[in-house]
Design a protein around this ligand. Sequence first.
Ligand code: GLU
Length: 434
Amino acid sequence: MTVVTRFAPSPTGRLHVGNIRTALHNWMWAKKHGGHFLLRIDDTDLARSTEENVEAIRADLAWLGLHPDGEARQSERFALYEARFEALRAAGRVYACYETAEELDLRRKILLGRGLPPVYERPAPGTPVPEGRNPHWRFRLDHDAPIVWDDLIRGPQRFDSKLLSDPVIRRADGSWLYMLPSAIDDLDMGVTHVVRGEDHVSNTATQIQMFAAMGGTAPAFVHEALLTGSEGKLSKRLGSLGVDHFREIGIEPVTLVAKLARIGTSDPVEAVTDPQPLIDAFDFGHFGRAPARFDEAELLQLNARIVHQLDFDAVADRLPAGMDQAAWDAIRPNLETVAQVVDWWSVVEGPIARPDLSDEDRAYIAEAATVAESLDWSVDPWHALTAALKEKTGRKGKPLFLPLRQALTGRDHGPDMAALLPLIGKAQALERLG
Ligand code: GLU
């Protein structure tokens, strides 16, 4: 059996961290099993879907490195939905309804007032059809069949179909609601695993009956606990955090992958730049049912650990002109984001601010200039310089190193001077010490 997963966003907005995570897990599961990962654009809501969002979704997935093995759009599949709808209608599993939203609301309130579950009551046979009203359509649940599935995260699930309302699947204007087209596509596309948020659990219950009504086998279902913000609550902010935001604050795509692959699981979040080990170890059995906590401060820390490992080749096109492998290797351990490299490169290239040194340190730096002048700069000038100065001045530790760093870089902290000094070079170093 070839594993087929799908990520099915509605292009009514941009992807946020929650659905990025869903996309990632679908991709990982397919990769782990040598299967197919499909992108399905759920654009049945033509009024709220935009082409701009479709393109942004594609671009976001590409940035993350989640390349779909195929793409489909629901708006191009209406003929199939129509055919399946007609078949279900002929089989008595789809029926016309005429209630207005107000009538339905009133009925709900009455049921709730009586302490009863607000389940839709089917009209009694022979109920007259109101004139001049176009029907909307519901799927008739089979009340005799208990709904069960073995969720790969939530374990055995059981729903009493009598406690579920027959879902509306089509509006009076002929437009489709999410439920039926999704089940039709999952069947038609041979989807083997539906991986989505636990907000879809009750949809799954009704869709399981749709699969059966269409004569198909339901895929396996995986419902993930939702993400919460760092304060542990379902946060509104998470819903607005998308790829643009992460890119803006300097998060690497591999950082998001490393983080989102593991939060909510019993596996530790690891600073890995290659997703393969994450894919190999990926297992829905490791996911808990408690909400997964997404903490942006932790993400930034992980990002720094990942940036420290990025190879020159992986970042070369984002580095300032003139920076080579040695420069990247020297500066990399000081970065939290790749973008910060620009600042350190300006320290190498200059000009730098002259430090405010005491008279004593100024004399020391003048001495350093003389020593630096006569050094052999071809091997490790920093150690040669500091060894000679230690010998000459008797300074050691901070008084030996700090004024040099300040004079040579204009800063109190920064990359390892042994790596930085050859980049600054003899001529420029002498100028800064002079
Ligand atoms: N378009 C649906 C959504 O974005 C898809 C849910 C599903 O994965 O079936 O919620």
